[in-house]
Write a protein that binds this ligand. Structure first.
Ligand SMILES: [Zn+2]
Length: 197
């Protein structure tokens, strides 16, 4: 419980919902914002409002951006016949930080999960199948986490794709590991050592 005035307490409650923040860090963050009102708080509020209004998913790959087609899907330089399939936008950002992959992406938005009743249609898998022919794809690189659901999803996708090489990230990705938590060097090594699935 904070003893802050109502509006400020409401802000603290909202901040406390952010990943990695609890009530205590939310209180500290809000106090910091109040102290840096013109330098941080006002520009932050403005940036949030603008992104909240403009952010949308790329209709092709599911990447987050401010246009219907993201920068990567729009770039002709990235049309090299390769698509890297990742679970989440955070994984795309992690791959981009590794600076190994020069093709395009496909973001599933999760993994198949019997437990959570997530099926192929929830995951943009049909859209991926459509892209293979439409974009003359020759290699699909599955960069999914080494979790049971990640690997189940990888095998399901491999079964759906015909006439295209399907590879998977290899060494360096720890069992049970999620891509976003890996350092850039590990992702680069795993990408270079990808193997046919
Ligand atoms: Zn895109």
């Amino acid at each position: 419980m904070s003893t802050a005035p109502t509006d400020i307490a409401a802000l603290i409650d909202l901040m406390a919902r952010l990943p990695g923040l609890g009530p205590r860090s939310a209180r500290r963050a809000v106090l910091h914002l109040l102290k840096k009102r013109s330098q941080v708080m006002a520009p932050l509020a403005q940036a949030m409002q603008s992104v909240a209004a403009s952010a949308r998913e790329c209709l092709t790959c599911g990447n987050i951006g401010t246009t219907d087609t993201c920068d990567i899907c729009r770039s002709e330089k990235r049309a090299n016949g390769q698509i890297c399939v990742v679970e989440d936008v955070a994984d795309l950002w992690a791959m981009e930080r590794g600076q190994q992959f020069r093709g395009r992406y496909h973001i599933l938005g999760g993994t198949l999960s019997a437990l959570d009743a997530v099926g192929p249609d929830e995951l943009r898998i049909p859209r991926l199948v459509d892209r293979i022919a439409a974009e003359a794809i020759t290699e699909v690189i599955l960069a999914l986490g080494a979790t049971v659901d990640g690997q189940t999803t990888a095998h399901y996708i491999a079964d759906q794709l015909a006439g295209v090489t399907v590879t998977s990230l290899a060494q360096g990705v720890p069992v049970g590991g999620e891509l976003d938590y890996l350092d850039d060097g590990t992702i680069s090594a795993a990408f270079k050592a990808r193997r046919a699935l």
